[in-house]
Design a protein around this ligand. Sequence first.
Ligand code: FAD
Length: 446
Amino acid sequence: MNYLIIGNGAAGITAAETIRQHDPRGQITILSAEPSLMYSRPGLAYVISGEIPPQQVIARTREWYADLRLELVHGRAQSLDVHNRIVTLADGRVLPYHKLLIATGARAVPPPYPGSDLDGVVYLDTLEGTKELLKKARRGKRGVVIGGGITALEMVEGLAQRGVDTHYFLRRDRLWSQVFNEAESRLLAEKMHHHGVHIHTNTEATEILGNWRHKVRAVRLQNGEEFNCNLFGVAIGVKPQLELVKDTPIQTDRAILVNEFLQSNIPTVYAAGDCAQVYDRWSDKHLLDVLWPSAIATGRAAALNMVEQPTPYQKGSPFNVCLLFGLHITIIGQISPDRQAKDDFAEIQHLSRGSSEAWFTFPRNYQSAWAKSGSHTLRLALGGGNGHGRTIVGALIMGEQTLADPLRALIENQVDATPLLSYLQSDRETLHREIMRLSLSVIRYP
Ligand SMILES: Cc1cc2nc3c(=O)[nH]c(=O)nc-3n(C[C@H](O)[C@H](O)[C@H](O)COP(=O)(O)OP(=O)(O)OC[C@H]3O[C@@H](n4cnc5c(N)ncnc54)[C@H](O)[C@@H]3O)c2cc1C
């Protein structure tokens, strides 16, 4: 059997490794458009901040590929002929296959206004791009970063650490507004100010302006003013890389549509990772999930199905850990910033503890518990009484992280959290102890 995997990232590499475990004789070729060996994309955040050198994100050695007899081909796949089962590269080479996995990932979206092609517009999404960014981020420069999520925050931190005079433009009045509540945003903002970052809320750029050498010199703001800068960092989202399947019969929506076996509408073609939109039987929807653990899990499931071991993929709870400006943050499951429920969480109630230390319940049905002491906070989102008791559906932990694993276990195992309810209004230590106690039902501590 001849397996071709387009993509040398988390999904592609996991798939290759899994296929080899189950098919010792098959021919496995991995195609990569990038010059390096497989690397950790999340690790780029630590490269830009200077915590690790660029070579430390390389996650596989040449020997590893050789030991598993994986042939790594560097080149860009340009066209796909699903009838004759061949992939043609940009340089004209042709790779045939029996089974194909497309794991081409996603790339940063450019800003939607003039000037995005200027020298000095930078992204944090590939190793080569990050090296380029580092060359440009010299002390004494003035940088603007746009984007409301984690990658923008990581870029802001990195540039500030490199001595760039860093200005963060926020469309709204809160950091990571899809996730943080006001207090969490304030806590991180304090750390950012302390590191010399200038946060400009309700501020939007409308154009990037260049000088005669085609280099960034300023941005134009919504009010018409110019704001001088020579670096413009963009992290406004990612877009699955779908160019390869454009003129093929493979069905796409926001990404390549695959069933729960990671198989596209063409039975010999599978997709995994950031470029796949996977059917989820629980929600009856095709979901896009651009996260590292999902890339690994879908890569593994796709491989098992490619080696004829039917394995449906089941989406796990979203789980993200990051370290921003010295603050550890873990986000598990469904966590919404606002008191108001989204439609999907109509049964969730919101319970919040204000600075007065008094707990209170909001009138809406959405509820979460949130406790703050110093720079440590804990927010829990509780599911409603749906016949299975009250489950914790999400948690956001800032600072002290002891509860991260216990809460993840409680959320993933949908443990009935009813015994916790009477402790939500207790002091932090008591709530902490009771969460640990409840987690004993699903975690075995050494
Ligand atoms: C800065 C940063 C921080 C992140 N932090 C986190 C985090 O904290 N937690 C988290 O869960 N996720 C994080 N992510 C997201 C995570 O890295 C991705 O979800 C994951 O890497 C996706 O893996 P993938 O294998 O699908 O795609 P990728 O890792 O993007 O790999 C795609 C591969 O396809 C190749 N390719 C693409 N097109 C072609 C072509 N036409 N021909 C040949 N090869 C091609 C590329 O060269 C590459 O090898 C972060 C991402 C970035 C950029």
